[in-house]
Design a binder for this molecule. Structure first.
Ligand code: SAM
Ligand code: SF4
Length: 473
């Protein structure tokens, strides 16, 4: 949908060009897609290179220090570019903008700082910066208080779709903002604000529009997406209701949802919706973070390892073909060899399809940073990270082998970035990459025109992270 003409911004006779670079999670990718949509509508063109850009916007992540350091060094490079091109406008948006605010102006390249709740203001901020106005900062002052900003964000979100379709046939749809869980290590509640669920009507309308534009897979997004809750009159909607309603939309074939917080609330309902609707992908991303009850308590995660594993058993009993994925943090303050051994045991029992492992990174302002000493040495964190990934790799390898000689349905994403197959038999064939409903990555030879379409692939070779095969039809 478009912006009314009165809101269109006329910057110069030539459409100015913007390079938008995105760091971080799916939430950031979605924000970038919405911003792209709004910027195009406001009279800007997108470019892929700094050399062609009038404006560089960086959408940033604050979850780990490493992500912030990469942005800082990028801003250092942009400072040098601005020495020869002083008109270049540089904006920092996203979680780092909210966390650091005007402190980011210490990086002399920066002209605009804009938090996640202010993304609707980006076209105006850019226009003003291009007209030579002074540096501008738009962030939420009291991030944990609900304010009129969430209404402005809702109207922005319901007008603009993620229309850049980075991956053809797929789109993210946010069902809720923020997080109230306050895991002791995590910066998200402080940069994304409180949990606010979006109205179900707006979400379903958006999915219908996306279906009309050819989207086949929607991924519903929330930091703890299974905490979705919206009361309208007598009825309280939960994630399961959204899954059922989205499943009734013509054109939508697959529905995923990430990320789940391990909580019994609405869990049965969500599993039932998955079991009952063939469109809901049999995929559950449900991070455990640790297998040690002592560490889980210090992380302020409200479950024990046993309760967590019981949830996985329940998921597998209700949806037998479900695939489960997880996240872990290694080297959390006070994590001993025994605690880490408990995490290894949990991973062995959980039999994840895959899991992501992160080294603990203290985040300023979080409870863990204020109260606990980051006392696991860097080399121990690294060693545990490698070890846990190796344990998981073995499991992923075993699970992947089940697919050998079987046919799988994939949604094709496009050309594979890295050549994976032994191309000796078919040197000129293009390699495509797609994913199964349960998120297995599949690489095969086929025409690029299949991007955004479903295809059937017979698996001929497996590896822990990727399946390889041949197109069937
Ligand atoms: N809301 C989601 C959840 O609870 O799983 C995603 C939050 S975060 C963006 C993604 C992952 O980053 C988390 O699951 C956690 O494993 C990791 N993470 C968060 N804070 C971290 C920190 N301070 N250090 C290392 N990893 C962290
Ligand atoms: Fe962070 Fe925990 Fe919220 Fe996930 S659930 S965003 S880890 S506070």
């Amino acid at each position: 949908m478009g912006t009314p003409d009165s809101k269109r911004i006329n910057v110069t006779s030539k459409r100015p060009t913007i390079l938008l670079q995105t760091f971080g999670c799916q939430m950031n990718k979605l924000d970038s897609a919405l911003v792209t949509s709004a910027l195009k509508d406001a009279g800007f063109d997108l470019t892929g290179s700094v050399a062609d850009a009038d404006v560089v916007l960086i959408n940033t992540c604050s979850v780990r220090d490493h992500a912030e350091q990469r942005v800082m060094s990028h801003l250092g490079n942009l400072k040098h570019i601005k020495e020869t091109r002083p008109d270049l406008v540089v904006g920092v948006i996203g979680c780092m903008a909210q966390r650091l605010g005007s402190e980011l102006f210490k990086q002399s390249a920066v002209d605009i700082v804009c938090g996640p709740a202010q993304i609707a203001e980006i076209p105006r901020l850019i226009t003003e910066a291009m007209q030579g106005k002074k540096k501008a900062v738009a962030v939420t002052e009291k991030i944990r208080q609900l304010s009129g900003e969430s209404e402005a964000l809702e109207s922005f979100e319901s007008v603009y779709d993620a229309d850049d379709k980075t991956i053809p046939g797929q789109a993210y749809v946010r069902v809720m903002h923020g997080c109230d869980k306050f895991c002791s290590y995590c910066i998200v509640p402080y940069v994304r604000g409180p949990e606010v669920s979006r109205p179900p009507g707006a979400i379903i309308e958006q999915i219908k529009r996306l279906a009309g534009e050819g989207v086949k897979l929607v991924t519903l997004l929330g930091q703890a997406v299974n905490a979705y809750k919206y009361t309208e009159g007598e009825k309280t909607y939960c994630l399961a209701d959204l899954l059922t309603m989205a499943g009734d939309i013509n054109g939508i074939e697959w529905i995923r949802f990430v990320t789940n917080y391990p909580s019994q609330k609405f869990f049965d309902e969500v599993l039932r919706a998955m079991a009952d609707s063939p469109k809901v992908c049999r995929y559950l991303h449900i991070p455990a973070q640790s297998g040690s009850d002592k560490i889980l308590a210090a992380m302020n995660r409200h479950y024990t390892a046993e309760e967590y594993l019981a949830m996985l058993d329940e998921a597998r009993a209700t949806v037998p073909d479900i695939e489960i994925a997880g996240d872990f943090i290694v080297g959390f303050p006070g994590e001993t060899d025994d605690d880490f051994a408990a995490t290894v045991r949990l991973v062995e029992k959980a039999r994840y399809k895959n899991c992501f492992v992160f080294k603990y990174s203290p985040r300023p302002g979080t409870t863990a940073d204020k109260k606990l000493e980051d006392n696991v040495p860097a080399e121990v964190k690294k060693k545990r990270n490698i070890e846990l990934l190796a344990v998981q790799e073995k499991i992923s390898d075993e699970l992947g082998r089940r697919f050998l000689d079987k046919e799988v349905k994939v949604l094709v994403e496009g050309l594979s970035k890295k050549p994976h197959l032994d191309k000796s038999g078919n040197k000129n064939a293009l390699q495509l990459v797609g994913r199964t409903a349960a998120d297995w990555i599949v690489v095969f030879n086929g025409p690029e025109s299949l991007a955004g379409q479903f295809a059937t692939v017979k698996i001929t070779k497996t590896s822990p992270l990727t399946l390889f095969g041949a197109l069937v039809d």
